[in-house]
Design a protein around this ligand. Structure first.
Ligand SMILES: [Zn+2]
Length: 593
């Protein structure tokens, strides 16, 4: 359904819209963790020049939802860039476990550095030591979605990064196929966001390494060293006061009304930079947890456009992906009901408005802008319960233990409980002081558990039976919406519940675990102290804004079922290339040639 006002706009603009040429530059902006309700909820404190411009002059899709269940950053961005489900592209999660791979101490060390493992009280001190008998040496290695040992980063000491794990062509790959002179670039705060949107044939991708700290690239790309001149400007984004205070854009009374953030909630947020304003911004790492980094990323995007002179060749469109992930950093720390997220959104709107106006000045009507997000977010369960002690909400802690853990009793309490119940169902003996090598479950990575194959074989148990018993153990636990064995998900089945279809879309046999799990709305995986998160097949995580603005886009509010998955095929239709997988479609806003 198109609103009447928009319909009138369509009628009076139809002739010029139909005659418009394809754009010379397409800019796809992903605002990381931009939940569907944020744009409306904070609209009273926006300018008319930022988000509101999409509502006024562009096409907006209020019913846009992802069509896969594991709503994490790497899958979300691969979907935006390729129009392929994670089951098709192979980007099932931010990380997964490679069962058959050699035990790679470097990858394990990086893994334990990246996550916050469960640490039993008696284990203290330096977390990683590769020598000796360790539980994680039983076989296989975790793999980060953009990890690529064959390439090197241009600065810093992280592993090489590339789209090597991404299967299938992205929008950018198809564009370069048709127009070899077209340039495909991406910038972002986080490597997976930028790399996985850009695709496999991108000219260059630049992301932020907070350790250096600088924007870097990798030898996978034909990066341009001139781009790195921007790095000198980075410290200038730290405010002179070295503090993040609320902006004047939302009056104090409104800020209270638009949020649920009483003093009792402050210690329930992640307090690394304090639980409320003012937040110290002592260094560049802290900067990336503030809205000042939103401005830095938009400025860097414009720096790339200007340095590369993108969009300058008529008939050869260029493509730039912009991943604003500072929103995700601070969103995890403070949560969707916080004053910080409200202030971040008001500031983001100004940064976006200035970026759009800079594009206007440079390109006029020759640029098409799409804006969406990689996932939403759920509220901190403890803050939900502050409001309503009876709320159905909580954290599920099935994390892997510290790398030095030795016994089953070193696992988090719920993992011990699952071991105990599973052992009982299978008729095998359970001992909490048994070595971890005797545990029936070896590894957890969202959204799955991997069973301990060698142990199951040693006990002469049937692996399928163990998986089914584990599935049923999980289904009986509080907070879970469902559990499925990989054998169930690999079987062709067009039916199943809506939630099962979403989990199938996030499943690939060689990268997914033995038993996949989904949590109920309000429930999240425990992954770090007090932070909230996303990753479930629930409305708050699945539903995000989707909006387009520019040539070949008919303005209006489109109530159709839509998805960021449809963006690659839709932009492909504008650019005259076929992109996107078989479950994606061209959105209703595209005008014909
Ligand atoms: Zn994200």
């Amino acid at each position: 359904m198109i609103r009447t006002a928009a319909l009138l706009l369509v009628l009076c603009c139809a002739s010029s819209a139909l005659a418009a040429d394809a754009p010379d530059l397409v800019v796809v902006i992903s605002v990381d963790q931009l939940r569907f309700d944020y744009v409306d909820r904070f609209a009273p404190w926006f300018t008319t020049r930022g988000f509101q411009r999409f509502a006024r002059e562009g096409a907006t899709f209020p019913n846009a939802r992802f069509r896969h269940g594991l709503t994490s950053t790497a899958p979300g961005h691969s979907v935006i860039g390729a129009g392929l489900l994670p089951a098709e592209s192979g980007i099932t999660g931010n990380s997964w476990f490679e069962r058959g791979a050699p035990v790679d101490a470097d990858r394990w060390e990086w893994y334990f550095d990246d996550i916050t493992p469960w640490r039993p009280p008696h284990i203290q001190g330096t977390p990683f030591n590769a020598s000796g008998d360790r539980w994680w040496k039983a076989g296989g290695s975790p793999r980060y979605s953009t990890y690529d040992a064959r390439v090197q980063v241009t600065a810093g000491n992280t592993a090489g990064m590339s789209p090597v794990s991404l299967s299938g062509d992205s929008l950018g790959d198809r564009l370069k196929e048709k127009h070899p002179g077209a340039r495909v670039l991406a910038i972002g705060l986080k490597s997976p966001a930028a790399i996985l949107m850009a695709g496999r044939r991108a000219d260059a991708v630049y992301w932020f390494d907070h350790r250096t700290p600088a924007f870097i690239s990798s030898t996978y790309y034909r990066f341009n060293p001139a781009i790195f001149s921007f790095n000198e400007l980075i410290p200038g984004y730290i405010p002179a006061s070295a503090r993040w205070m609320p902006s004047p854009y939302i009056p104090p009374d409104d800020l209270q009304r638009a949020t649920f953030d009483p003093p009792a909630a402050w210690p329930l947020k992640n307090t690394t930079y304090g639980g409320t304003f003012p937040h110290p911004v002592a260094n560049v790492r802290a900067l990336t947890y503030t809205p000042f980094a939103h401005q830095m990323l938009f400025d860097f995007a414009y720096h790339v456009i200007a340095t590369e002179n993108l969009g300058a060749t008529r008939g050869t469109p260029d493509l730039l992906f912009v991943a604003i992930s500072s929103t995700d950093n601070l969103g995890h720390y403070y949560g969707p009901e916080s004053m910080e997220v409200a202030d971040s959104m008001a500031r983001l709107d100004r940064s976006l408005a200035d970026f759009l106006e800079a594009l206007d000045r440079r390109f006029g009507d020759r640029v098409l802008i799409a804006l969406t997000s990689d996932h939403g977010v759920q509220p901190n369960p403890e803050i939900v319960k502050l409001r309503d002690p009876n709320a159905d909400a909580g954290r599920i802690d099935v994390r892997n233990p510290d790398p030095r853990a030795q016994k089953i009793s070193d696992l988090p309490p719920l993992r011990i409980e699952i071991e105990r119940t599973l052992a009982r169902r299978l008729g095998v003996r359970f001992r909490a002081d048994a070595p971890l090598a005797d545990a029936l479950i070896y590894f957890f990575e969202e959204p799955a558990l991997w069973i301990n194959g060698p142990r199951v074989d040693e006990l002469r148990l049937d692996r399928e039976r163990v998986k089914r018993e584990l599935r049923d153990t999980i289904r009986n636990l509080d907070g879970f919406a469902g559990a499925w064995t990989n054998t169930e998900l690999i079987a062709p089945n067009a039916g199943g519940s809506a939630i099962e279809r979403l989990m199938r879309a996030s499943f690939r046999p060689d990268r997914s675990g033995d038993v996949l799990m989904a949590l109920r709305p309000g429930w999240i995986w425990m992954w770090g102290s007090n932070s909230t998160t996303h990753g479930q097949p629930v409305e708050n995580d699945l539903r995000v804004p989707l909006m387009l603005l520019g040539p070949r886009i008919r303005p209006g509010v489109y109530e159709e079922d839509a998805s960021p998955l449809d963006l690659a095929r839709t932009l492909g239709a504008v650019l005259g290339v076929e992109a996107g997988g078989r479950t994606s479609k061209v959105l209703g806003c595209v005008t014909r040639d």
